[in-house]
Design a protein around this ligand. Sequence first.
Ligand SMILES: *Cc1c(COP(=O)(O)O)cnc(C)c1O
Length: 465
Amino acid sequence: MTATADAINVASTLPEQRRILKTAIPGPESVAREAERRANVTDGLGVTLPIFVEQMAGGIIVDVDGNQLVDLASGIAVTSVGSSHPRVVAAVQEQVAKFTHTCFMVTEYDGYVQVARRLNELTPGDFDKRTLLVSTGAEAVENAIKIARTYTGRQAVVTFDHAYHGRTLLTMTMTAKHAPYKRGFGPYAPEIYRVPAADPYRWVGDEQNVAEEAFDRFAEVITTQLGADHVAAVIAEPVIGEGGFIVHAPGFLKRVQDFCRANGIVFIADEIQCGLGRTGDMFASTFEGTEPDLITTAKALGGGLPISAVTGRKEIMDSVPAGGLGGTYAGSPVACAAAVAALDVIVEEDLPRKAKAIEAIVLPRLQELKSTGIVGDVRGRGAMLALEFVRPGGKTPAPEFAGAIAKACHDQGVLVLVCGTFGNVIRLLPPLVIGEELLTDGVDVLASAVRAVAANPPSVSGKSR
Ligand SMILES: *Cc1c(COP(=O)(O)O)cnc(C)c1O
């Protein structure tokens, strides 16, 4: 009871859902704290925007200088239900006061089971499922590979161009982009192979046949270079996240899944960024007509608390002998309480529908920007939308345009993130609960920044590709 009442108090002090600039961004208080940060925290951590946050709610970030920024990032696709959703706050407060930790491998608690039950029900596929909970996205991917290897008795893992799966040894190896994720961190894990993604914008072959050609290449590499009977798993992001919000050509992933079925290969969908309502369906796999054998989730799962999961076919998930999976903090009771609340909010507030509404508002606005000549592609699904910047007249990536536009947005109090293998994509990941006015304000700022950079491009260096 007390917990709920406190949560309501939190809710009543929420910042007004409006952008307010009181100082330059970052303001003097953030700048002062940044100096202490530099003196104490490793430079190995990058930062998109060095403001220090005081409070967040809905689509607003309040910084220590009293500025209110529009949040088009949600951390990185984490606070889909909004930061500090009252139900998440109440659930966490209640749980943390009862007990903080038992280690689920030592003594059990119901929250873990409730998260597992919900994920088994929500993930696509009308088959018997089981779930493993761990703490981070990378840990979920690692465990999915461990499970697939045990189940198949095989070792090879096939990943795609532009993939991002995490920063641990195995998942950084599976990640495509060298700098900054892999540079200097070798040697990498063995038995990881890469095939082209069915990238409709940058496909080098016949633009009318991207799915067919990409699938043929995929099947050829597996058959001729690896041997299908040596492949444990194929893992794909249904919408590629970090690598540039690439939506595979229609039909491609279904063919990949069918190939995996025919060859005893475990097909894994990494829905850590695109899952749980973000794309306008509970899972992006559904748009592809796929029912993956295993699905990894994280980011939005805990409503801001660290928790991740592997969910999939019972016979695959149960193939690992007891004791083979786990972790001290895996499925922490506090994170589980948050995840039960967050999943209930996603379902009961129908956040996939809100993601579709966000797409309906934002996508046409982004399409209009193609006429500036520097937007090569507009893509994504639901509330996972992106602009790819190129030099006018071709497809040469223009990371300097993306950087200048992101900086202009930040200066105006709108937080956007850059991504993409070539660093030339601006991605939008608003909280799914963001209000329409605030969203429109954020997109207005972005649109003016794109037009300003197109009219007065920053000088470019380097050769054309
Ligand atoms: C963020 C991300 C990961 C890694 O998650 P962490 O919690 O940072 O370890 C893995 N896969 C995808 C698709 C991601 O977006």
